[in-house]
Write a protein that binds this ligand. Structure first.
Ligand code: CAA
Length: 373
């Protein structure tokens, strides 16, 4: 039975900042952000958005009544949880009118948990072939104003439906993975922003890519030119490129990397959703991919886990993408000045603290937001 991604969409908040403007205000050469890190813009979360509302807005793009009746498992991958106990996915039940005879959980391992979520979804469908699984990856990447990580912030959500006979991508059963107890990036309970060893994090990311990708090639007896493209978790777009170039100079992969980073450089790091944002970007922006092309995926979660897995494109996959919606979403965002962004970030409502009073509503623009009662 072939199982994989049947539907996929992303959602980002309606504000952004220009990183060249941030650099100027911080007294840094803008080229450090735009060339050195490879980022143009950062999505900025509104006061009335959290990981649940981002997720709901992404899921609305791919759900319909028939699918809602078929989904019996909702997996919510996040490191921006609004509750230490209740799964983020349960809030989606009432917002999206999902079934009650359905399982809802939340998964955590930094940015990696979305990759294991699609694996769990696949295993679930193997024993329940008629079931469909809604997988969410939703996060707010915040390092704090004036921090080293500030140019690598971002916010956004991915929603996917995993099913048999998928319309977009068939997932293969050949993952290679590694996990080591590394303190490169972690956020103890009650900390608003993570504690980061930036250099260790980038070194571990590249080392884990080299280890898992090389193991994959050895196991499968394949070479880099067997891939049509490789998509990466992208905390900033320069990092995946450095990892790729550390192992191969294959021209086709270098060209396709440019397509895969198109959305990330306009949005920033969306943690659990980042790898899937690069997949959407490659599929929507590259017009030369062919049916059955083999695509590689590198997932990374600080702490630290790395995984390399693959999939094959389904004929006609282009007809199931949301390209015009995604492009319009990015084009209609509002730019904040750096002062407006700082004011917003320094006076954010923390949904965790207001949890008892939070209600999720559909606003006049029909986006899901939260308000305190
Ligand atoms: N023009 C062009 N390039 C310039 C430049 C200029 N004027 N000035 C500097 N650069 C280049 C540097 O040479 C460097 O490139 P190389 O690494 O290729 O040499 C790049 O810009 C960045 O410069 P620094 O390394 O000096 O930057 P920094 O130390 O201030 O911060 C960072 C970089 C460590 C990534 C920091 O932004 C950070 O801590 N980010 C958060 C952590 C992170 O994203 N880690 C990634 C792996 S962890 C992960 O994947 C999980 C996750 O999602 C968080």
């Amino acid at each position: 039975m072939e199982i994989g991604i049947d539907k996929i969409a992303f959602y980002v908040p309606s504000y952004y900042i220009e990183l060249s403007e941030l650099a100027t205000v911080r007294g840094i050469d803008p080229a450090k952000y735009t060339v050195g890190l490879g980022q143009n813009k950062t999505a900025i979360i509104e006061k009335t958005q959290d990981c649940v509302t981002l997720a709901a807005n992404a899921a609305k793009q791919i759900l319909n009544t028939q699918l809602i009746n078929e989904i019996d498992l909702v997996l919510f991958a996040t490191e921006s949880s609004v509750d230490e106990s209740k799964a983020g996915s349960i809030f989606l039940q009432s917002i999206l009118n999902l079934r009650k005879n359905c399982r809802y959980v939340e998964l955590k391992q930094a940015c990696y948990s979305s990759a294991i979520a699609i694996n769990f979804a696949k295993n679930h469908i193997m024993v329940n072939p008629n079931s469909k699984v809604l997988v969410i990856a939703s996060d707010i990447a915040k390092y704090g104003t004036n921090s080293a990580g500030e140019p690598t912030q971002g916010a956004g959500a991915i929603a996917m439906v995993i099913s048999k006979n998928p319309s977009i991508l068939v997932l293969n059963d050949d993952a290679t993975f590694i996990c080591e107890d590394v303190n490169d990036f972690f956020r103890p309970t009650h900390h608003d922003v993570p504690i980061v060893d930036g250099k260790l994090s980038t070194e571990t990311y590249i080392r884990f890519f080299q280890t898992t990708c090389q193991a994959y090639l050895n196991n499968q007896k394949l070479q880099f030119n067997d891939f049509a493209g490789i998509c990466f978790h992208m905390p900033f777009t320069k990092l995946g490129q450095k990892a790729l170039l550390s192992l191969t100079q294959e021209e086709k992969l270098i060209t396709r990397y440019e397509y895969s980073k198109y959305y990330s450089k306009e949005i920033g790091n969306i943690y659990t959703g980042s790898l899937f944002l690069s997949i959407i970007s490659l599929l929507e922006q590259d017009q030369s991919l062919q049916p059955n092309d083999l695509i590689g995926f590198f997932a990374y979660g600080s702490g630290a886990t790395g995984e390399f897995f693959t999939g094959r494109l389904v004929p006609g996959y282009q007809n199931h993408l949301k390209k015009s919606y995604h492009e319009a979403l990015l084009q209609t965002r509002n730019k904040l000045t750096i002062e407006e962004y700082e004011n917003l970030y320094n006076h954010q409502i923390d949904p965790k603290r207001y949890h008892q009073n939070v209600i999720h509503i559909q606003s006049i623009e029909n986006n899901v937001k939260y308000y305190t009662k």
